[in-house]
Structure formats: C-alpha cells, structure tokens
Design a binder for this molecule. Structure first.
Ligand code: HEC
Ligand code: HEC
Length: 302
C-alpha cells in the first residue's frame, strides 16, 4: 500500500496495491439502486399481502395477510378450475348416461368404456367392502367377476340388483321344514356329488330322494341348476356361494338362508342381504347405471 497518492483527483479511497490498482469511491449504478429499493418495497408488500410473520398459537399462528391467501385456498381454486374443465369436457357423456337405458349404453363402446372408467372409485367406495376389489368376492359375499349369477347376469337384472337390493331366501330343512338330521346328511352328500357331476351315482340315491321330498327343486331346479334366476345358487358347479366345506353346506340346508323368526335371524341361518342402493348412492339415477355397466363388464355379463 502506497502512502503517496499519484491520482489525488480521481476520487480513490487512497488504497493502492501493486503500484496502480486503486479502490475508487463511486456510487453504485442507478439501475442497481433502483432494483435495491424496489426489492425493499416488495418485501414490505409481500409481508403485508401474504401470511408471513410467525406468531404463537394463541395469536393465531401467523399474520394472515390482507389477501386472505392460503395454500388450501389456492389448491381449492385450482381444483375447481380442473373440475369445471372436466365437467365441461364430459358433459355430453354424462348427459347420454342419464338419458340412455343401460341396454343402449352397453351397445355403445365409447360410452361403455367411459362408464367403466368412471365406476372404479365408486365401486371401491360403495361395493368393494363386501364384494372385494374388482368384484373378486369375499367370504360370504358373491363374486361379481364371474358368470355365475344368483339373480341373473343380464344388464337389467344387474341394475335391479343394485337399485333394489336382493334378499335370498331358503327355508331351513326343506320347503316344509320337515327333513330329519339323517335326511339332511343324505341330501348334503347328494349336493356335493352334484357339484362333482356325480348326481346320478347310486351311492347318493337316498339324498336324491330327499332332494325331491324337500322340494329343493322348486328353487334349485330339478337337476340342481335353477331354471330361472331368482336368487337360488347353482348346485351343479364348483362355485360355492358360501363354502365348499361339508359342515358349512350341511348347515345351509339345516338352517336356511335369511330365515327369521319374530323379526330376528334364527341361529345358524346364513345372512345374505344385498342392500338397495337407489337411496344410498349420490346421484343414484346415473351412478346405478354406471355401476351396472361396470359389473356387467367385469367378466360375466350376459
Ligand atoms: C353390505 C354388503 C354389500 C354391499 C355394500 C354391496 N353388496 Fe352387492 N351383494 C351383497 C350380498 C350379500 C349379495 C348376495 C345376495 C344374495 O345372496 O341373494 C349381493 C349381490 C349383488 C349382486 C347380485 C349378484 C348375483 O349373483 O346375482 C350384484 C350385481 C351386486 N351385489 C352388486 C353390488 C354393487 C354394484 C354394490 C355397490 C354399489 C354392492 N353390490 C354393494 C352384499 C353387498
Ligand atoms: C325357496 C327356495 C329354496 C329352497 C326350497 C331351497 N333352497 Fe337352497 N338356496 C336358496 C337360495 C336363495 C340360496 C342362495 C342364497 C344366497 O346365495 O343368498 C340357496 C343356497 C343353497 C346352498 C348353498 C350353495 C352354495 O353355493 O353355497 C345349498 C347347498 C342349498 N341351497 C341346498 C338346498 C337344498 C338341499 C334344498 C332342499 C332341502 C334347498 N336348498 C332348498 C333357495 C332355496
């Protein structure tokens, strides 16, 4: 650093290095100062406009800001924009769903895929607790993703199941309620043989006679296959509505399904109630159609 200043008039600070490198005393450029002040104003504006200054919980957590802005408000506003856009985009499809019958909807591939795509969340919220994800079934709740139907698998029957609900009824101990324990054992063996395609075997002839005596055929059909869908299970396949366990099958025959006495389920009876959804679902009119199309498409629609 030199003590002698050879450039006294140029406004340097007197700090000189390596003979000629000087520190000058210039004001910052105007553009820089303006940005600096603008930044300051922005800070004040920002602090007033947005929730900025943290406070204790008693004082409300933070200053609120004059704009009333919060992340949640912003999220809700954006969400509304998205929803309005979606409503507008799909308005014509929703209108068609509302005005067309389910039978017409399943003939229109585009509308059908739309109904299926928009049913998944609905099914998850309202149906999957009983019928399993994707209609795969749960113990005691029927599989919807196969072609084995209690109440019929055409689109109108499926729609009726969802809209009005279904209650399967099977009396305990045969139609007249008069089968003995021994007869119940025999008919149980017959039913199991039916499911294995051995209903004609001589070993189950006694059970076959009980099947006639108990008038099982009134609901399950003369050969174990219901003549028309009215809630009774098909006994000739390997699909068990309740259980393939012999003791469970016997129990269904002994105690029936949904058998009530004085308004109470009798002990041991199988409870099988599909609730009616026409008053439970939001926008039931359209959403029941949507779900019927979805269930129909799950695999077994007829
Ligand atoms: C509380 C449990 C429960 C819920 C929730 C439920 N179901 Fe069911 N559902 C059942 C039961 C039990 C049956 C069988 C009724 C029977 O045994 O006769 C059934 C039967 C059905 C059937 C007739 C099946 C056949 O084989 O004919 C359809 C279709 C159906 N449900 C669709 C739905 C849809 C769609 C939803 C959602 C909106 C739904 N279910 C919600 C319990 C439920
Ligand atoms: C009034 C009609 C009716 C009569 C009579 C009837 N059933 Fe049923 N049965 C049903 C219904 C309905 C179901 C299915 C209930 C359900 O899934 O909700 C059923 C279910 C069954 C099941 C369970 C099937 C499975 O897949 O788990 C067996 C086994 C059975 N019945 C045997 C019989 C036998 C044997 C008789 C005669 C002794 C008989 N049923 C008489 C209506 C009847």
């Amino acid at each position: 650093m030199a003590h002698h200043n050879p450039w006294p008039d140029e406004g340097n600070t007197g700090h000189i290095w390596d003979e000629d490198i000087r520190e000058l005393d210039n004001p910052p450029p105007l553009w820089w100062m303006l940005s600096f002040y603008a930044g300051f104003i922005m800070i004040v504006f920002y602090a007033l406009y947005y929730p900025t200054i943290p406070l204790t919980d008693e004082l409300g957590g933070s200053t609120k800001g004059v704009a009333g802005w919060t992340q949640i408000n912003e999220y809700n506003d954006d969400f509304k924009v998205l929803n309005d856009w979606r409503d507008a985009k799909f308005a014509d499809k929703e209108e068609k769903l509302a005005s067309m019958s389910v039978a017409e909807i399943i003939k229109d591939e585009e509308l059908k895929s739309y109904a299926v795509a928009t049913s998944k969340v609905l099914f998850g919220d309202y149906c999957a607790a009983c019928h399993g994800a994707g209609g795969a079934g749960n113990p005691n709740f029927p599989v919807l993703a196969d072609d084995d139907w209690l109440w019929g698998g055409n689109i109108n029957q499926i729609k009726a199941s969802i809209s009005n609900g279904r209650i399967g009824n099977m009396p305990a101990r045969g139609m007249m309620g008069n089968l003995t324990d021994e007869e119940i054992d025999q008919v149980t063996d017959y039913v199991i043989a039916l499911s294995e395609g051995k209903g004609g075997d001589a070993s189950v002839a006694a059970g076959k006679a009980v099947y006639a005596k108990g008038m099982c055929l009134a609901c399950h059909g003369p050969a174990g296959k219901p003549l028309a869908p009215a809630g009774a299970a098909n006994l000739t396949d390997q699909v068990w509505r309740f259980s393939s366990d012999r003791a469970e099958i016997r129990n269904v025959i002994a105690n029936g399904v949904n058998v009530k006495k004085n308004g109470q389920y009798v002990e041991g009876t199988r409870q099988a109630v599909m609730p009616a959804f026409k008053e439970r679902l939001p926008d039931a009119e359209v959403n029941i159609k949507r779900l019927a199309v979805y269930v129909h498409a799950l695999g077994g629609g007829q």
